[in-house]
Design a protein around this ligand. Structure first.
Ligand code: GLY
Length: 379
């Protein structure tokens, strides 16, 4: 079979790989995404779709906070361009996040985080129990306090996946599903790298390859050993409930053990465990129990809601839990992986940055701290 040619091959059809493909395809660039399963079938589908720069980023993670803030600010235009290109609505919601403390102990920890966030310019507001309940009446009357993060938003990640595939195809790009990469041969001259897939041994060539295979990024066959990114799977169990009147949560709610993310169509995504279990994707009684117990103590009204789905996803966690975006040490191999808990939010910024570089432009300065080179000495 003759090899098929592309300007850029993207290994991995999750939200990161698809977003990069879309940004490239809309410029007329010939791009093909090779996905071992179906588009967005893993972490991208199991995600909750929180665009939470404030609530998801921890102490001292200043570079990540700056990147997530930048990515969230980009999301409204990213979502509307995507809706326009694909004709598919993505349920971008901007009600903000309520970070809730269930008791006095949790309130002390939350206050410490709030003071730190305020000191560093995060947009956060301290709410007493009464103020929090006034704003979100379905919170438990037993909570101690809450922080409102007005700049955190959410999106329906599954709709985003559908929209990305439609938009890529509209601009002539390809999304090859059931195409597991079985071999990558890097061409030392850097011009004609080859990728073979399980699709009847189909072969593709391109001058540049993007590694965006999420939790599987480290194990892709044929990658030079010294460029394999230090990315591991971090298991997340997650549930979807159906909100039934009079229950209607408006805000994203998060506590120490669970988060709840409402969709405009009445679904309520409740997540998620965070487990070091390798590639194990079994749903467990303890996992489901801990999510529901953690969610119920914040929002007791979920008790009678029907369960629509249970899912398990594998987040791609890098060694320092920050994304890996930029050229690897192998000429022509670009990394876009390791987005850990931030894949949906960072898809906007990663796609812009990657497309800029892959089209011959500059890497935006905000992405410099996330270069793969930080792992080179000790990988
Ligand atoms: N960003 C939410 C999660 O990883 O569970």
């Amino acid at each position: 079979m003759n090899p098929r040619e592309a300007d850029t091959l993207i290994v991995g059809g999750g939200i990161i790989g698809l977003s990069i493909a879309w940004r490239l395809a809309r410029t007329g660039h010939r791009v093909t995404v090779l996905e071992r399963d179906t588009a967005g079938a893993h972490a991208s589908r199991m995600a909750a779709g929180m665009l939470a720069a404030t609530a998801e980023v921890g102490y001292e993670e200043f570079d990540l906070y700056a990147l997530c803030t930048h990515a969230v600010r980009r999301w409204p235009s990213f979502a509307s361009e995507l809706e326009e290109d694909s004709g598919i609505p993505v349920d971008f919601r901007s009600q903000g996040t309520m970070v809730v403390a269930r008791d006095a102990d949790a309130a002390t920890a939350l206050r410490r985080a709030y003071d730190f966030q305020q000191e560093h310019g995060f947009v956060v507001e301290w709410l007493s129990r009464a103020e929090a309940l006034d704003r979100e009446p379905f919170l438990s009357p037993r909570i101690a306090a809450a922080v409102y993060a007005a700049d955190d938003h959410s999106v329906d990640n599954r709709a985003v996946i559908r929209a990305l595939v439609a938009a890529i195809q509209k601009f002539g790009g390809h999304v090859e599903e059931q195409a597991e990469v079985t071999a990558v041969e890097m061409d030392a001259s850097g011009r004609r790298h080859r990728v073979r897939t399980s699709q009847g041994g189909a072969e593709w060539t391109a001058p540049q390859i993007v590694l965006a295979a999420g939790a599987w990024s480290q194990g892709i066959a044929g990658l030079p050993d010294d460029v394999r990114p230090p990315v591991r799977p971090v298991k997340g169990q997650i549930l979807t409930l159906r909100m039934e009147p009079p229950f209607r949560l408006e805000h994203v709610v998060r506590g120490a053990r669970a988060y709840l993310v409402p969709r405009s169509d009445g679904r309520l995504v409740v997540g998620a465990t965070s487990e070091e279990m390798g590639f194990n994707t079994e749903l467990t009684a303890g996992g489901v129990w801990s999510i529901l117990d953690g969610a119920w103590e914040l929002v007791p009204g979920i008790h009678d809601l029907p369960v629509l789905e249970t899912d398990v996803g594998l987040r791609p966690g890098s060694r320092d839990h920050q994304p890996i975006v930029g050229w690897s040490a192998a000429a022509g191999l670009f990394m876009a992986t390791g987005h850990y808990r931030h894949g949906v939010i960072l898809s906007s910024a990663t796609a812009d940055a990657a497309a800029s570089v892959l089209l011959g432009g500059e890497m935006p300065a905000i992405m410099h701290p996330f270069s793969p080179s930080r792992f080179r000495k000790s990988a």
